[in-house]
Design a protein around this ligand. Structure first.
Ligand SMILES: Cc1cc2nc3c(=O)[nH]c(=O)nc-3n(C[C@H](O)[C@H](O)[C@H](O)COP(=O)(O)O)c2cc1C
Length: 188
C-alpha cells in the first residue's frame, strides 16, 4: 500500500488552505489503496529553526516524528498558501530541519490562495528550495484559487467550482514518479 504524507503548511488562525489537505487525504484514500497522513505544521508547532535535526543534541519527539513521516513516505504532497508572493515561514522552518529525508523524495506542490491566481507565484521559489534539498519535485501543478469557493471547511469539493480531472492528473503525475522511483530501487 502506498504511503503518502500531506504537509499542511499554514499555521494561521482561521486558515483555509488546510481544506485542500483534507481534500487530498479523502481523495487519495477513496481512489487508491493508500495510507495517507496529514502532517499538520500547526499541530507540530515547531519552534523557530535553530539547527538541523541531524545536529540537534536532544531533538523533540515532534521533530523526530516529522522526520520519520517524511522518510517513510513514498511521496509527499505539500499544500502551501501564498503569503506576499512566497510560501510561509512555517514551511521553510520545517523543510530546513531535514536533509537526507528529502533526497529523491517525490514531492507534489499544491498552492492555495483566496484570490484568483491560486498562489501560483509560490511555485518557483518552493520548487527551487526543494531542488536544493535534492527532493524530486513532480512536474505538475494544483493551484487552488478562491479556496473558500472550491472546498468547504471539511475539504469537500463545492460542485460548481471543482475540477476533478485536474486533481486526477495531479495525483497521477505524483504516482508516476513514485512508481518510477520504486523501479529504480536504491540505485545511486
Ligand atoms: C500574510 C499574508 C499574505 C498573503 N499574501 C497573499 C498573496 O500574495 N497572494 C494571494 O493570492 N493571497 C495572499 N494571502 C491570502 C491567502 O491566499 C489566504 O489566506 C488563503 O486562504 C491561504 O492561506 P491560509 O491557509 O493561511 O488561509 C495572504 C494572506 C496572508 C495571511
Amino acid at each position: 500500500m502506498l504511503n503518502i504524507a500531506i504537509i499542511s503548511s499554514s499555521i494561521r488562525i482561521g486558515r483555509n488552505s488546510h481544506r485542500v489537505a483534507l481534500f487530498f487525504k479523502k481523495y487519495l484514500e477513496e481512489s487508491h489503496p493508500a495510507s495517507v497522513r496529514i502532517l499538520d505544521l500547526s499541530e507540530y508547532n515547531f519552534p523557530l529553526f535553530d539547527e538541523r535535526l541531524q545536529y540537534q543534541r536532544s531533538p523533540s519527539a515532534n521533530v523526530i516524528d516529522f522526520a520519520e513521516q517524511i522518510k517513510s513516505a513514498d511521496g509527499v504532497i505539500i499544500v502551501t498558501p501564498e503569503y506576499n508572493g512566497g510560501y510561509p515561514a512555517s514551511l521553510k522552518n520545517a523543510i530546513d530541519l531535514l536533509h537526507k529525508e528529502w533526497h529523491r523524495k517525490p514531492v507534489a506542490i499544491s498552492t492555495v490562495s483566496d484570490g484568483i491566481f491560486g498562489g501560483s507565484q509560490v511555485i518557483t521559489s518552493l520548487q527551487f528550495c526543494l531542488w536544493k534539498m535534492r527532493a524530486w519535485t513532480v512536474p505538475a501543478m494544483f493551484p487552488v484559487p478562491e479556496v473558500n469557493k472550491v472546498f468547504d471547511e471539511n475539504g469537500n469539493p463545492i460542485d460548481d467550482h471543482f475540477n476533478e480531472k485536474r486533481a486526477a492528473n495531479f495525483i497521477s503525475e505524483l504516482l508516476w514518479c513514485i512508481e518510477a522511483k520504486s523501479r529504480m530501487g536504491d540505485h545511486k
